[in-house]
Design a protein around this ligand. Structure first.
Ligand code: DX5
Ligand code: ZN
Length: 217
């Protein structure tokens, strides 16, 4: 179903060749590039920050979809906006003032996303639906790629109902592959993040598997 966008996560890519990996993934059919920022505080892992986002920006023709797994978020919004992020997604669990955060993101002329950990109910975003552009539904506990998919299709259906005809994406993040993708697409998701399912078996010098993997999803 091609109305679904595929957003490969570079967390699963070659950390020594991010620019080339982004270009290869796009050349092989990626719709967005999902950039997983981790601070070792909100999640038990450290990935990369604004400088890496700025470095890969020129290698991404399409949407740079930045997933901020950091706390606090607000002090870093401008740095990621200046780095060229098209979307900045903050975790609702990262602090007490999510509405202020999404206002600051939109204030920086960047699209605003809110991410929900598996244990956070859909109702947590019901008062944000007119202030955001995307809801990222975590279907793994954030921090690592390659984890097992947590089935949250009921939550996705509830969100799609709450959103109604508002222009709000539902992005699914974690454990998405050829088996789980149809489940979440049917439940109402329209953007699928995939790290290991896209980058496995390929490399910068052999990116063809990226295309096969994307088409399989
Ligand atoms: C996890 C990240 C996800 C992850 C997806 O904290 O937010 O984007 O990289 O990787 P896979 O698709 O391998 O689960
Ligand atoms: Zn992510």
């Amino acid at each position: 179903d091609r109305s679904i966008k595929i957003a490969p996560s570079i967390l699963a890519a070659d950390f020594a060749n991010f620019g080339a990996e982004c270009a290869a993934a796009e050349a092989e059919g990626a719709d967005w590039i999902h950039v997983d920022v981790m601070d070792g505080h909100f999640v038990p892992n450290i990935s990369f920050g604004p400088s890496t986002c700025a470095a890969i920006r020129p290698h991404i023709k399409g949407v740079m979809d930045v997933h901020l797994m950091i706390a606090p978020v607000d002090p870093y919004i401008d740095a990621f906006a200046d780095a060229g992020a098209d979307i900045l997604t903050a975790h609702i669990e990262a602090g007490p003032h999510i509405h202020r955060t999404v206002q600051a993101i939109r204030g920086a002329d960047v699209k605003a996303g809110v991410a929900l950990n598996p244990g956070t109910p859909a109702s947590a975003v019901e008062d944000l639906l007119d202030s955001i552009d995307l809801i990222c539904v975590m279907t793994v506990n954030p921090g690592f790629g390659g984890q097992k998919f947590i089935d949250l299709t009921a939550k996705i259906r509830a969100l799609r109902k709450m959103i109604g005809d508002r222009p709000v994406h539902i992005e699914i993040d974690g454990g998405v592959d050829a088996t789980t993708a149809p489940l979440v697409a049917k439940a109402g998701a329209d953007v699928l993040v995939a790290g290991s399912a896209v980058f496995r078996g390929g490399s910068v010098t052999n990116p063809a598997p990226y295309g096969e993997n994307i088409r399989a999803i």
